[in-house]
Design a protein around this ligand. Structure first.
Ligand SMILES: [Zn+2]
Length: 146
């Protein structure tokens, strides 16, 4: 049975899990201003709007058009097609969340810890990481930072 979440943070507005989610999102957003990320993107940029994926080696456009239904109408929107990936996952697949120190250290790595991947390769990589972490069933997935 799920434990009842108590509101203990931000003047009793947020649960611990909500607070942790807020920290994760805020830190993740900060990586957009992390210079090594820009370096890695620049290095993978092979032509205007084209980036080389470190896994499949294909040169892929930064965004691709996809059909999306907006209020019942079909619309063409552009979806991001490349990802700056942490070669070593920010949260260890076996250990799960260890500490904020560890999380920050693994989030803000130097350029050699980052790679540009196409969305397909990134999906494959995270899927395989999740499988590896799930040695005894489905225990790992929920164990991120909650
Ligand atoms: Zn790829």
């Amino acid at each position: 049975m799920p434990k009842k979440q108590r509101l203990t943070r931000a003047g009793n507005r947020w649960t611990e899990a909500g607070f942790n989610g807020f920290l994760v999102n805020t830190l993740r957003r900060a990586t957009y201003r992390w210079p090594p990320k820009t370096d890695v993107l620049q290095a993978a940029n092979v032509a205007r709007g084209l980036y080389r994926c470190a896994m499949c080696g294909k040169d892929v456009p930064v965004t691709v058009p996809v059909e999306k239904k907006v209020k019942g109408k079909k619309k063409i929107v552009r979806k991001r097609n490349i990802v700056v990936d942490h070669i070593i996952p920010v949260v260890d697949v076996d250990k799960g969340f260890v500490s904020w120190d560890d999380f920050i250290k693994r989030m803000f790595v130097e350029p050699d810890g980052l790679q540009v991947l196409c969305v397909d390769c990134h999906k494959k990589k995270t899927f395989e990481e999740e499988l590896k972490g799930r040695v005894d069933g489905r225990r790992k997935r929920k164990q991120k930072v909650r």
